[in-house]
Design a protein around this ligand. Structure first.
Ligand code: T1G
Length: 682
């Protein structure tokens, strides 16, 4: 008998329980067990109906993604749920937790679905570069209607039980004990002799592609906009269209060809890599489940500027009361807390000019101006007022947090919490561990990331930590390429075509070219005279071209507009700087632009891993996805380098090293892996 699918009879209802922790993934053993136990229920005279339920925290959350790289093994999930169509006894699926992908498809094979109020259902397959491969694209439109089905299938976002009831996916919400409620529901079906709806049967009026042309175009447009460059949403739409164009059996047969093609695609492999890399990023040696994070029930933020305001919202968004500290009432009033947002969260946000008002906070995040001496002063002051055990964090994006921690008498409680702009929107949170941060402090930082609905990634102390440090060489090369003859528009187009949401120079204009200019000025004493320097960026700032905020930067922005317009003046300035620096200007092809930008970041990423500033290369990839919008279907810069092949990447890096000098010194790790046939991401 199956040890992952249980069987019992309660009254006249057979209860089939899937028990395959942690998420009851529908791996091979579960599929075999399901067939066994359903056959048993069918043959069991004591059972008039069947309830299918998941043990533990959730109904099956889909197929077992780990099996995707293995040869497929029968029974296929499709075979199982198609067999339900022929089962005379009503099958009721009882949903709790997250019934996702194959899990939801399994319920569509059942005749009825009931759910706990907190249940969520969805078909997130497009996020793995595939589409619902067990007839979800055929059955869901028949159950929920085409528009709702396409919403779930193409966008991949789950919905709650109430909406699922509204969409007709769920027949009843069960308050109280789910199993008892499901059994009662099955009993009633038997009593009433309610006919069993078969979701594979043609649904009268399901309609034709022509009738639904507008709805289909809506989702094509949404997919093109929200998942630019990704193939699976369009494959999913084709699969749904097949369901309108042909009988169920034919459409399902077409999927049996389409699905493996998607599953074996580079995009799907990259997206599966990203799925597991994201979960790996949360695992920190020495900071395991045995380390208890400190509770964070109250917070405080020092500085209510652009970043501070966003961080205050993160606290309020997650229901944690927060005190905002500023140096003057004027600064507080100027504070970047949106009025409407403030109104909604006013109960949770309080403001003060007095540091003693943060004495009770569990977590204090400093988001003041990027000045080391100022931050050390602030931490010394916080050390004097914060309660024992409070976590003191700085949002600096590149400074030496060891020095900031040393300004306190509790360096073990100091970490970096580096938010990305805008802080209440970007999903990445870089948790910076200093030489003295305690495992509890790090664990608390990672837990706060989850509480804020973000993805936490660990970084060591280094200039720019992991994310900004690995990205800075990309920005550097883009600036050098403009000096050498490429235009900002050409460079940004190459990166957009590669899949980045915005070009790197347009992003600089958005966040302000002067931010890194001021940083360079404050670190001028550390500059290596042998290294090439970004003279052009300085020149633009000396001319007051800070980007959007001054109406011009790498581009010009007519009348306060937001659309970057190529500005020939920038080419003139570049030519002048090039002449001063003795740089010969030339035509530069797109391949060189892409390789110099990406491989500069890859080479730096390798140095970051080799130095232990990042635990793994895949952490860098997760930071690029959630911090810089790097296309998830490309996996990340390190994963991409592995796909290209490290010997080829190294060859280009060595070429650029010969041509452009010291900044391109190949990473030892890159050299070793290229020589040994190894890879960054395994
Ligand atoms: N397969 C294998 N392992 C899985 C898994 C899955 N589907 N889902 C989760 N895990 C592992 C995960 O790696 C982690 O492992 C642990 O479970 C806890 O997960 C035929 C083909 C369900 C919302 O895309 O979105 O069905 O790190 O840390 O934050 O059409 O996991 O502890 O070793 O994420 O509470 C469709 C994927 C598959 C859902 C829970 N299903 N999972 O989130 O926990 S394709 C999905 C999730 C499919 C059919 C097709 C989330 C979750 P470890 P976790 P969580």
């Amino acid at each position: 008998m199956s040890d992952v699918v249980g069987y019992e009879v309660r009254g006249r209802i057979a209860v089939v329980t899937i028990d395959n922790p942690p998420v009851n993934a529908l791996g091979h053993a579960v599929r075999v067990g399901l067939i066994e136990q359903i056959d048993r229920a069918v043959a069991d005279d004591a059972a008039g109906a069947i309830v299918l339920i998941g043990a533990g925290r959730t109904f099956p959350a889909g197929a077992d993604i780990r099996e995707f790289d293995q040869p497929p093994r029968d029974p296929h999930l499709l075979t199982i749920l198609d067999s339900f169509d022929a089962v005379e006894k009503p099958i009721v699926a009882a949903l709790h937790g997250t019934a996702l992908g194959g899990g939801l498809e399994l319920t569509l094979g059942c005749h009825f679905r009931v759910a706990a109020p907190g249940a969520r259902v969805g078909t997130p397959e497009v996020k793995l570069g595939i589409f619902p491969g067990a007839a979800g694209t055929q059955r869901l439109p028949r159950v929920a209607g085409l528009d709702h089905a396409l919403e779930l299938i193409v966008m991949g976002e789950p919905i709650g039980a109430a909406k699922a009831l509204d969409y007709g996916i769920v027949d009843e919400i069960i308050e109280g004990d789910l199993l008892d409620g499901a059994i009662a529901f099955a009993e009633k079906v038997l009593e009433d002799g309610t006919p069993r709806p078969i979701s594979s049967e043609p649904k009268e009026g399901i309609g034709t592609p022509e009738q639904f042309a507008e709805v289909i175009q809506k989702y094509r447009d949404l997919a093109a906009r929200r998942m630019r460059g990704q193939e699976s949403p369009l494959e999913a739409i084709e699969s749904v269209l097949d369901g309108l164009r042909m009988p169920y059996e034919q459409a399902v047969a077409a999927d049996r060809e389409r699905f493996p093609r998607c599953k074996d695609s580079d995009q799907s492999k990259a997206l599966r890599y990203a799925f597991f890399a994201e979960r790996e990023a949360a695992k920190i040696p020495g900071v395991g489940k045995e380390i208890q994070p400190r509770p964070v029930e109250t917070g405080a933020v020092i500085g209510a500027g652009t970043m501070g305001g966003g961080i205050i919202m993160c606290f309020a968004d997650s229901g944690i009361p927060v005190t905002a500290i500023e140096t003057s009432q004027e600064a507080l009033d100027r504070g970047r807390i949106d009025e409407a947002e403030m109104a909604r969260r006013v109960a949770l946000i309080s403001t003060s000019l007095d540091y003693s008002d943060v004495g009770g906070a569990d977590l204090i995040i400093e988001a003041a101006f990027e000045d080391l001496e100022l931050k050390k002063e602030i931490f010394a002051q916080l050390d004097g007022v914060a309660k024992p055990g409070a976590i003191l964090a700085t949002n600096t994006s590149y400074m030496d947090i060891n020095q900031i921690a040393a300004a306190t008498g509790r360096p073990e409680d100091v970490i970096g919490l580096h938010f990305f702009v805008p802080a209440n929107v970007m999903k990445m949170l870089e948790v910076v561990r200093t030489d003295t941060s305690s495992p509890e402090a790090v664990a608390t930082g990672m837990r706060v990331a989850r509480a804020f609905g973000k993805v936490g990634g660990l970084a060591g102390v280094s200039h720019g930590f992991v994310a900004n440090r690995s990205r800075a060489p990309l920005v550097r090369e883009a600036i050098f390429l403009v000096e050498e003859g490429a235009t900002p528009a050409q460079i940004d187009q190459v990166l957009r075509d590669f899949g980045l949401p915005m070009g790197v120079l347009a992003v600089s204009d958005l966040s302000g070219i002067d931010v890194s200019w001021r940083m360079r000025q404050s670190l001028a004493h550390l500059r290596d005279p042998e290294e090439r320097y970004v003279h052009l960026a300085d020149r633009l700032c000396e001319m007051g071209r800070f980007g959007r905020k001054t109406g011009s930067g790498w581009y010009t922005y007519g009348d306060g507009g937001s659309l970057p317009v190529p500005d020939p003046e920038v080419d003139e300035i570049a030519a002048a700087v090039a002449a001063e620096q003795g740089i010969e200007r030339r035509q530069i092809d797109d391949a060189e632009i892409l390789h110099r930008c990406l491989y500069a970041a890859v080479n730096e990423g390798a140095k970051i891993v080799e130095e232990g500033v990042a635990l793994r290369a895949s952490d860098i990839d997760i930071m690029w996805q959630y911090g810089f919008g790097f296309p998830r279907w490309r996996g990340g810069i390190m994963y991409h380098a592995d796909r290209v092949g490290l010997p080829e990447v190294l060859a280009r890096v060595e070429e650029f090293h010969a041509a452009h000098g010291k900044l391109w010194q190949p990473s030892a790790l890159l050299c070793d892996l290229a020589a040994s046939g190894g890879s960054f991401t395994g």
